[in-house]
Design a protein around this ligand. Structure first.
Ligand SMILES: N[C@@H](CCC(=O)N[C@@H](CSC=O)C(=O)NCC(=O)O)C(=O)O
Length: 280
């Protein structure tokens, strides 16, 4: 498969790039950003962190507002930021910001009109890693995943479903129990249908109890996040991890909201946390 380089800029001794490629998983063109530290430019295999973004985002939000490039360069970490859904004129969409294009929820839809293109689990957990391993100096046994909000949901659920691929996982203000919050109930019923048993395979609280996790987990959550009580409720995941015996560090960050001011404050911490575990 061919990767087209859309842009490249020198940063902290490495390069911030954007790629486009034809995706067989989604049947559409897909774009992602890739920060390559100096080590990667010299051809050394590097640990890699995949960052999944939230509702309404593309690769661009975290790449331009996350401020992670200095720490990625210091840790020798490749950082990949994919898009949040398939896009295009022939792709189903919804007028609301929390369904359709920009709101793929990192699962493979089974329902019309979403099923033909909304295959983000196959894209993130199969096609993209295979493409990265073929084209960039990604260290194959040192891939971690993180994400924000809907992307935090994607990071937690995909890690627990694909532990052989994703060795480390963390999240920022994740949706942890989509089966019981308005964003999740809307998306899961549209993409998967109304049988709630199918939703459990895409719910971090259910997955940690049924599958557990091979390591520890780090979550940062702002205490002034406007979505905290209605959509996020990280204490449900804290309780599920306790029951499953999975060590979770849930850091409630006083006064922080849901924005990229919050994400960018703590993203460097997460890069360092992943790099330590991926290379240790
Ligand atoms: N009310 C907003 C909702 C969109 C929003 O807040 N998106 C967040 C992620 S929310 C969960 O997945 C985000 O990351 N936005 C991009 C940014 O750069 O801040 C709306 O109507 O758009």
């Amino acid at each position: 498969m061919t990767l087209d380089l859309i842009s490249s800029a020198r940063a902290f001794g490495g390069e911030q790039r954007v790629y486009r490629h034809a995706s067989s998983a989604t049947g559409t063109p897909m774009e992602f950003s890739a920060f390559l530290p100096g080590q990667a430019l010299r051809g050394e295999a590097c640990p890699t962190l995949v960052y999944l973004s939230g509702l309404t985002c593309t690769w661009e939000n975290v790449t331009t507002k996350g401020g992670y490039q200095r720490m990625a360069a210091d840790c020798g970490l490749i950082v990949i930021a994919p898009d949040t859904s398939p896009r295009g004129e022939g792709v189903a969409d919804d007028a609301a910001y929390d369904l359709g294009q920009g709101a793929g929820f990192y699962l493979d839809a089974t329902e019309k009109p979403w099923a033909p293109h909304f295959r983000m689990e196959s894209y993130i957990a199969e096609e993209l890693p295979s493409l990265l391993l073929d084209t960039l100096p990604v260290w194959d046994t040192a891939i971690g995943i993180t994400g924000h909000s809907m992307g935090g949901h994607g990071a937690l659920t995909l890690a627990m479903k694909h532990p052989e691929l994703f060795r480390t996982v963390s999240a920022f203000a994740p949706i942890v129990n989509p089966s019981t919050c308005p964003w999740g109930e809307k998306a899961l019923s549209a993409y998967l249908g109304t049988d709630r048993a199918a939703w459990r395979h895409h719910d971090a609280c259910a997955l940690v109890e049924s599958r557990g996790w091979q390591g520890d987990i780090l979550i940062d959550q702002g205490s002034a996040d406007g979505f905290l009580d209605e959509q996020l409720r990280p204490w449900a995941f804290d309780e599920a991890c306790r029951k499953a015996g999975v060590p979770l560090t849930l850091r409630m960050q006083g006064g922080y909201d849901h924005s990229y001011y919050f994400v960018s404050t703590f993203l460097a911490d997460h890069l360092e946390w992943h790099a330590e575990r991926l290379t240790g």
